[in-house]
Design a protein around this ligand. Structure first.
Ligand code: UT7
Length: 325
């Protein structure tokens, strides 16, 4: 019997000050504003300043999430931080956030599932809360993808940006039905056979270097639409809900065409989809909490709404979380 549900009690986000427009990208690589907008929907991206680290972005987003939950770091007993662009190989970026927030108790660790990272982190924290091991958890997605881009590869460098988003999950009462408030389900998947379609060509154990992001975009695109539609369907079926019951979809923001194709497949009203890719570009694990925070601030989400989060990324990894707000 379920006795606890993870309720989103606050959220916040942070974007680096510097904005790079498509027009500015034209001066760096052989591309055009028109191509980028037509093929991806991206108009601009935020890029971290020299010396501004993933943890710096994460700390700012976490502080805003705590303030919006009316909690302090002392109330938090768990930090799960999703990133593929950690400050250091170890310790985890989550522990740096923990120290900066002034937390001296609880546990903090990173989760690495690339663009699906936030869904993986949310599912992890949800399991801690539902089992009674955690009362208030900070779940963060934070990235400085600009540091792993090959700025001479036009096929990838125009697609990504930096940023961070965070939510506070708090234990609330649950009966085990889809009428409960909070996270109703999470579904995670991975298939490591597709490693070479989206990866970084370096690493501690292999090259002793950081490496650069490499992607076979067309293939990733095809898999993304199929996997995302399927994992949203899985979430709806699990909860006995239909596409009409969904009030808002908050997808990982990789490409506007992926968002559109997935929503068409699911027959969900396009007005119910959060779109921030035009202003944030693809911020990997940060994109969902960034979009979620935007939707909350724009008051497009109301208490009781059914919200579906979905993402797909390198690995491949993909997943969904269904939340009654
Ligand atoms: O977040 C994790 C998941 N990641 C994704 O979901 C990304 C999925 N993939 C995509 O979003 C798209 O595949 C891309 C946006 C990456 C590419 O769009 P596409 O429609 O699949 O283009 P393409 O890769 O097939 O390239 C079409 C043409 C090529 O030229 P040719 O061979 O037709 O002459 C490319 O060289 O566009 C060219 N091209 C560019 N042209 C101008 C590739 N990048 C650029 C560019 N500017 N930046």
């Amino acid at each position: 019997m379920i006795t606890f549900r993870s309720v989103v009690s606050g959220c916040g986000s942070y974007l680096p000050e510097k904005i790079v427009t498509n027009k500015q990208m034209e001066e760096m690589v052989d591309t055009t504003d028109e191509w980028i907008i037509e093929r991806t929907g991206i108009h601009q991206r935020h890029i971290a300043a020299d010396g501004e680290l993933t943890s710096d972005l994460a700390i700012k987003a976490a502080q805003k999430a705590l303030a919006s939950a009316a909690l302090t770091a002392n109330d938090i007993d768990l930090i799960v931080l999703a990133t593929s662009t950690a400050d250091q190989t170890f310790p985890s970026t989550a522990t740096r956030v923990q120290a900066a927030l002034g937390m001296e108790k609880g546990a903090a660790f990173d989760v690495q599932a690339v663009c699906s990272g936030f869904i993986y982190a949310l599912a992890t924290a949800d399991n801690f809360i539902r089992s009674g091991q955690s009362k208030n958890a900070l779940v963060i997605g934070a990235e400085t993808f600009s540091r792993i881009l090959d700025w001479e590869d036009r096929a990838t460098c125009v697609l990504f940006g930096d940023g961070a988003g965070a939510v506070v999950l708090s234990a609330g009462p649950g009966t085990g039905t889809s009428d409960d408030q909070g996270i109703l389900s999470s579904h995670l998947h991975s298939d490591g056979r597709y490693n070479d379609l989206l990866y970084v060509d370096g690493g501690v154990s292999s090259t002793q270097s950081t490496g650069y992001l490499r992607m076979r975009g067309k293939e990733v695109f095809r898999h993304a639409v199929v996997n995302l539609a399927s994992v949203v369907k899985e979430a709806l079926e699990f909860n006995g809900l239909s596409a009409d019951d969904v009030d808002m979809v908050i997808p990982h923001q990789a490409n506007k065409r992926i968002l559109d194709a997935t929503i068409r497949k699911l027959k969900i009203d396009p007005d119910k989809v959060a779109v921030t890719v035009h202003k944030h570009a693809n911020t990997s694990a940060a994109s969902i909490p960034l979009a979620l925070d935007d939707m909350v601030r724009e008051e497009r989400i109301a208490r009781g709404d059914i919200i579906v989060l979905e993402a797909m990324g390198g690995g491949f990894t993909w997943g969904s979380c269904l939340i009654r707000w």
